[in-house]
Design a protein around this ligand. Structure first.
Ligand SMILES: *Cc1c(COP(=O)(O)O)cnc(C)c1O
Length: 386
């Protein structure tokens, strides 16, 4: 059979499972986005657009990898600022958070080692673990008890690394960092925490959940693409960690350095996010998240027991039901992305609703009214039948 005909067949099968993904194009101007990770609204902030314009007059690209002539002052300035922001000794930039996870994990552990990974960790963590060749032990989501059992059972490895997100990307809940860090210490394992959805949002100056909880991790990861509104990723920790990654992380070594303009923009975003404007935006974000959460609880779509988080998933169950709900909301001017397997486990397809500091109270009311319509039309299941 012809190669492309085989691909068509595979796509048709994916579609028959309700799992085919398609690019939707830019949202029409009248549609409001309620699914973005641009939690603070920084990606379109006027001060940052001006900083980017100035930087673009210097260069559009770095021209090579960092180790072969692409190293720029902007990379070092941003790394120093990120390390200061997180309170670590050093930082290393990567092309994205995805590349940072894949490169760091596969550089830090190998076939003689073991990783202990939360069941709901991001795909980039899963891929890094697989690529490393280390033994992979998956513990039940946010379950220190299970992690303790696995750590106690495994011995004879050269090195052990516990990996968790701090704020989980698809559920918005928080890892029990204090308990996990204590277990790692007791069992002589290192801890790696992915702060992709916590950086800029939680803790003093938005430094993240590690700072907020006073927990130390040997390896930290941030992305510049979410609350910081830009693009890129970084790993943070002690100087020895960063020097080892410069020597071993293949997604750092064998790829073109971030364009200097991206770094200039991220540096400006970081200054803004860590300052008083950042405090105001964080306050507004959590006020908006609380308003959404209250409305969703009133509709029976979220449990009052779960604390409000900027990430508020609404379970639809099947891929088809989540897609139908997304389309019905779009008809009402609201974009809320359907998230299906393999991004989330089977049976937990959902709408991934996120609050932003940029949402107005009226926009949140519009969304809640649209969701109320879906509930009445039986297009979105409530938590308990009412
Ligand atoms: C988004 C995300 C990443 C990847 O970051 P990018 O910069 O978008 O590549 C890594 N980890 C987690 C938990 C994420 O949610």
């Amino acid at each position: 059979m012809d190669f492309n005909a085989l691909l068509e067949r595979e796509l048709a099968h994916t579609a028959s499972c309700g799992l085919r993904r398609q690019l939707g194009g830019p949202l029409p101007a009248h549609v409001v986005n309620y699914s973005s990770n641009d939690y603070l609204g920084l990606s379109t902030h006027p001060a940052l657009l001006t900083a980017a314009q100035h930087a673009l007059q210097q260069a559009t690209g770095a021209g090579a990898a960092r180790l072969v002539g692409g190293d720029r002052a902007e990379h070092h300035a941003l790394e120093a600022a990120l390390a200061h922001f997180k309170g670590t000794e050093a930082a290393l930039l990567f092309g994205s958070g995805y590349q940072a996870n894949v490169g760091a994990i596969s550089a830090l552990v190998g076939p003689d080692d073991a990783v202990y990974s939360d069941a709901l960790n991001h795909a980039s963590i899963i891929d890094g673990c697989r690529l490393s060749g280390a033994a992979i032990h998956v513990y039940r989501h946010a379950d220190p008890q299970h992690l303790a059992e696995l750590l106690s059972a495994g011995a004879g490895y050269r090195r052990r690394l516990v990996i968790t997100e701090s704020v989980f990307s698809m559920d918005g809940d928080q890892a029990p960092l204090v308990a996990i860090a204590q277990l790692a210490r007791v069992h002589d394992a290192a801890l790696m925490v992915d702060e992709a959805h916590a950086s800029g949002l939680y803790g003093p100056s938005g430094a993240g959940l590690l700072r907020a909880t006073g927990v130390c991790a040997e390896v930290q990861l941030v992305t510049l693409g979410k609350a910081l509104g830009g693009f890129g990723g970084a790993v943070l920790g002690r100087r020895a960690l960063i020097d080892l990654l410069i020597n071993r992380a293949r997604t750092f070594i064998f790829t073109t350095a971030l364009p200097p303009v991206v770094c200039t923009n991220a540096l400006a975003a970081l200054r803004l996010a860590a300052g008083t404007l950042g405090d105001q935006l964080r306050l507004q974000l959590f006020v908006n998240a609380a308003q959404l959460h209250r409305g969703l609880v009133a509709l029976g779509l979220r449990s009052p027991a779960t604390p409000p988080s900027p990430i508020l998933p609404l379970l639809a169950g099947t891929p088809e039901r989540s897609l139908t709900a997304t389309h019905a909301l779009l008809d009402r001017g609201c974009f809320v992305q359907a998230i299906r397997p393999p991004t989330v486990p089977q049976g937990t397809s959902r709408l991934r609703l996120t609050a932003s500091a940029a949402h107005t109270p009226e926009q949140l009311d519009t969304l809640l009214a649209a969701l109320a319509h879906l509930v009445r039309a039986d297009l979105l299941p409530t938590l308990s039948p009412r």
